[in-house]
Ligand binder design. Structure first.
Ligand SMILES: CSCCC(=O)C(=O)COP(=O)(O)O
Ligand SMILES: [Mg+2]
Length: 261
């Protein structure tokens, strides 16, 4: 297995989850089906709770934004502050959420609701966060070499903490120095990486971002962040051009920090 160097000046690693630390199949075959299966029940049970009301409100704001952008989407006009037909309202929210999921949207509104729904599944032991075997030993090694390690995923911070807090490797949350989600901005926008650099207090050139998605890699590069593209089984195929342009790794074990013990 060829080693790939991380520049000597690197002080922080920023990790994507799906397709990088975690198999895409875990998200597609376990996490997302759980949402589809429990969505209607979850909304009915929690409809009157503040958190659920905020989630529904955020979904409504997303729809308003989608309509402004002329995106066709199932609309819910639910306003829980006025009396409505609850069953009909829930049906509308379900339709919108399922539509967003079918399109694999990464909207903060969708991700927020999903994070809240997975709580019970993780806490009850029904779901355990999957992590590739090379991930945890590598993170421990990097931390031992003085690097900080952060997560940046489209999954909400709460969803990230559930995955690593209830993982197949136990609770490994203490290995992370912080978490970012799309509330800092979309992963395909360079500005998001500038904001993260500012937030963690280190220049973009000192950050190395690991992701499976080249649109994200491109955005990070635009911000001056060093990038590695992770190739895992089931990840999206890269074009020849992408293969030529990016440094690729198939395992975190390949990473070597130049100039560090
Ligand atoms: C970590 S929560 C579940 C995954 C998820 O919903 C998602 O959108 C993952 O996207 P990523 O940015 O980690 O590829
Ligand atoms: Mg990913």
């Amino acid at each position: 297995m060829a080693t790939v160097s991380i520049p000597a000046g690197t002080s922080a690693l920023l990790l994507d989850i799906e397709g990088t630390t975690t198999p895409i199949t875990f998200v597609k075959d376990i996490l997302f089906p759980y949402i589809r299966e429990h969505l209607e029940d979850y909304l009915s049970t929690h409809w009157e709770e503040d958190e659920c009301k905020q989630d529904v409100h955020l979904l409504k704001k997303q729809i308003e934004e989608d309509m402004r952008q002329n995106r066709a989407c199932p609309v819910h006009a639910v306003d829980q502050t006025v009396h409505t037909d609850e069953e009909k309202a829930i049906r509308e929210v379900v339709d919108n959420v399922l539509w967003q999921m079918a399109a694999d949207r990464k909207s903060t509104a969708l991700k927020q609701l999903q994070g809240h729904m997975w709580r019970t599944a993780y806490a009850s032991g029904r779901i355990k966060g999957e992590i590739y075997q090379d991930v945890i030993p590598s993170i421990k090694r990097w931390r031992g070499q003085g690097l900080k390690v952060y997560i940046y995923s489209s999954g909400s911070v709460e969803a990230q903490k559930l995955l690593f807090g209830y993982s197949v490797e136990g609770d490994v949350l203490e290995l992370f120095d912080g978490h970012f989600d799309t509330s800092i901005g979309p992963k395909v926008d360079g500005k998001s990486y500038e904001r993260i650099a500012e937030r963690i207090g280190c220049p973009p050139e000192e950050i190395t971002f690991l992701t499976d998605v080249t649109r994200e890699a491109k955005a990070a590069e635009e911000a001056g962040v060093n990038v590695l593209v992770v190739v895992r089984p089931g990840n999206m195929e890269l074009t020849d051009e992408e293969r030529a342009h990016y440094n690729l790794i198939t395992s975190f074990n390949q990473l070597e920090l130049t100039g560090r013990v």
